[in-house]
Design a protein around this ligand. Sequence first.
Ligand code: GLN
Length: 419
Amino acid sequence: MRTPVPDYLEQVLTECHGDEGGERADYIPELAQAPLDRLAVALCTPDGTLYSAGDADVEFTIQSASKPFVYALALEERGWKDVYSHVGTEPSGEAFNEISLEPESGRPRNPMINIGAITTHSLVGSPELDADERFEHVRAGLSAFAGRELAVDEAVFASEMETADRNRSLAYMVRTTGALIGDPLDQVEGYTRQCSIAVTTADLAMMGATLANAGVNPISGKRVVSPLVVRQVLSVMTTCGMYDAAGDWISAVGIPAKSGVSGCILGVLPGQVGIGTFSPALDSVGNSVRGVQICQRLSDDMGLHLMGAVPSGQHTVRDIGPLTLDGREATRVQLQGVVRFSEAERVMRALTELPEGPDPVVLDLSRVAQVDQVGRRMLLEGVRRLHLDGHDIAIVDPEDALPDPDEGYRPTRLSLGEL
Ligand code: GLN
C-alpha cells in the first residue's frame, strides 16, 4: 500500500493554486524576481518522516522564518532571563519593520519583528565574536535544526544589503536603549546573512519537526535546544509569528507559525508535525497568500488546531475488576493511553472508590503508552495513599512507564504472565 498523505498534499496544492493575488516583496530587489508560480508544501513528523508536494526541493531564502531559530539559540546559550532583559514577548500590533520598542525598558517588543530579531542576532555567541564568527555560529545552529549544512544565497544577501537602510536605522535606534549588543552595522550584516540562508520547503518542515520533537532533530538524533526553550519559542511564534495577522491566524489556523518575506511559512504543532509552505506572493501584512490558504486547509482537514484538543481522561481507566493473586482476592485497575494531569485525575477519582482494607490492588499499566512527569507524581502518590489505607500494591508495567519513587513505599512489580 502507498500512504495517502502525499496524494492528499498534491490535492491541497491543486486546490490552492488559483490566482488569489498578492505581491512579491520588492523592497529586496532580488526577491521581486522570484517566479510567482512556485508552490510547495511539506510535512515532517517528529520521527523524521517527510511528505511533500510541489516545488518542495527548490531553494529560497529563509528570511524571517529564521527568527524563531535564532531566538532559540540565544535562549539556549544565555537563558530566558538574560534574553528577556534585551527582547520582550509582547505582540507589537505594528508592521514587521517598525520601531517597536517598549517605552519603559527600551526593549524591542518581541523577537519576531526586525528590531527584535536584529537584537536577538546580537545575543548569539560570545560578545567577543566578530560579525563573521557570530554569523557562522548562527548558520551552524540553523543547520543543526535542519540536519544538513545550510549556506547563504549571496545574490539575495547583496541585494538586501543595498536596501537595508531601514534595518540599519532600527539597529542604531535599539543600541541607544542598550538592548542591542555590539556594532549596529555588524549586527545588521549578520542578521541579513541570517535571513539570506537558503532552505527548501522540505528543510523548513524538518526544522519545524525539530521544534515539534522538543528540540531534537529527528534524523540526526542531536539535541539542538532544550524542551523549555522550545516551549518559549513556540509561545512567541503563537502570539507574534504572523505579525499583525497573529490573532486571525491563531484563531483560524491554530498552529504556531512564522512567515518570511520570501513567501515561506514555518508551522509547528508540538509533538505532532513540522510544516513548511512556499509561495512568493504576499498579502498586505507580509504573509504568503497561498501559504496561509494551505495552512488553513491542513488545519481544517487534519484537525491540527492547537485549541481543538479533545478530552481523553474518560477512557484512561479501562477496567476495574476482581482478580485472584496468590490465592488472595485482589482488585485490578487497568489503565490505558497517555497519562498526564487530566487523565491521572480520573485515575485518582477511581482509586478513591476502592474499599479500604487489606485486599491487594494491582495497577495494570500494560496498555499505557506514556506517563508524563505530573502523571507519574500523581500515580505514585495514589499508590502511596492506597498503601496507607492498608492495601498492598502490585504494578504491572512492562514498558517501564512508571518508574519507582526515589524514596518511600515501593510497590511489588509483576509481569503480565504472573496475573
Ligand atoms: N530580511 C527581511 C527584512 O529584514 C526579513 C523580513 C521578513 O521576512 N518579514 O526586512
